[in-house]
Ligand binder design. Structure first.
Ligand SMILES: *[C@@H]1O[C@H](CO)[C@@H](O)[C@H](O)[C@H]1NC(C)=O
Ligand SMILES: *[C@@H]1O[C@H](CO)[C@@H](O)[C@H](O)[C@H]1NC(C)=O
Length: 303
């Protein structure tokens, strides 16, 4: 009777949470892995051709046949080092709370390379997985916050691996108009896994791009709020930084999605006059641009 209750409860949890391991995960993994290497071949990433079957074995060994919360970053280490790539100089781009605008700007690795453009990120982006005592659990995977360490075991290691492959100037894209959350937080992946993993003196500078939703208040700017503690943390790490509020290139990109908005038309006309642009952006009319950029999120990935 008790076990029946547990079964019903588990079934309910599964129904509410909605997801176990993504079906066909092996086929997705292998298909993406080979497509990445044989078809996509991103230009700013370099490595020998990796054996995808071997990568799959290393990946699945890390989490299968154990409880979903019993995985640590150590278990993913062989997979990470086998899948690791070199990132071209000045191309690494980090992001926090800016998934969509950062990826649009990076243009699938053409302009910049994000973690999701690397083999590791590409293979498992938006895929869910976890194990149980019988192998892989296709019924239910707990949300990341329910098992603290296992929740960051994969994406924490992937983030560190990515940061340790960066060279030259690196770029980070942050959102200065988040509601109730600072643009930079000490709990972010950048603070916890990426900044500490940067290799000096191969990395020389951190370029911060602070983006604001065109119609939301500009809560934080390069010279106030959490951006100051970010710049302190970067300096404490022994690196120089620059910070730009609403770089023209990013604003233009955001306006591609919302060209009719008054401020985008004005910004377009007056892009050469930065004081006027500033005035227009501060006037802040009512249309959402960055909002829809943050709907996508990775499972088990607390950005
Ligand atoms: C790094 O960034 C700085 C400032 O943005 C720039 O002056 C410099 O040329 C860049 N270095 C490289 C290697 O691109
Ligand atoms: C930062 O500066 C902007 C513009 O001057 C201002 O609107 C905002 O309230 C400031 N934020 C903080 C946290 O001081």
């Amino acid at each position: 009777m008790v076990s029946l209750h547990i079964v019903i409860q588990l079934a309910l949890i599964a129904l509410v949470a909605g997801s176990g391991t993504t079906p066909h995960i092996r086929e997705i993994f292998l298909g993406r892995c080979w497509a990445y290497q044989e078809v996509i071949k991103p230009q700013h990433l370099h490595s020998d051709v990796k054996n995808c079957e071997l990568l799959w074995d290393m990946f699945v060994t890390a989490f299968s046949n154990k409880g979903p919360c019993d995985v640590t970053s150590q278990e993913y280490a062989p997979f990470m080092s086998q899948a690791s790539q070199e990132i071209a100089r000045n191309k690494a781009m980090f992001w926090s709370g800016t998934y969509q605008i950062a990826h649009q700007f990076a243009e699938n690795g053409k302009r910049f390379v994000t973690l999701e453009d690397t083999l590791i990120g590409y293979i498992v982006n938006s895929v869910t997985w976890c194990g149980d005592n019988a192998g892989i659990n296709y019924m239910y995977c707990p949300p990341w916050y329910e098992c603290a360490e296992a929740g960051t075991a994969f994406w924490g290691s992937a983030s560190s691996e990515f940061a340790s492959s960066a060279r030259g100037n690196i770029t980070i894209v942050l959102d200065g108009s988040r509601d109730g959350k600072p643009a930079y937080s000490k709990d972010s992946y950048f603070a916890k896994f990426e900044l500490p993993a940067l290799r000096l003196p191969d990395v020389t500078r951190v370029n911060i791009l602070l983006v604001h939703d065109i119609d939301k208040p500009r809560r934080e700017m390069c010279d106030n709020g959490s951006l100051l503690s970010l710049q302190d943390d970067i300096a404490a790490r022994g690196l120089k930084s620059t910070c730009v509020d609403d770089p023209d290139t990013v604003i233009h990109l955001m306006c591609v999605d919302d060209p009719e908005s008054r401020e985008c038309q004005l910004v377009h006309k007056m892009a050469h006059n930065s004081q006027q642009k500033e005035a227009i952006l501060n006037a802040r009319p009512k249309r959402s641009v960055v909002n829809k950029f943050d709907r996508l999120h990775r499972n088990m990935h607390p950005f």
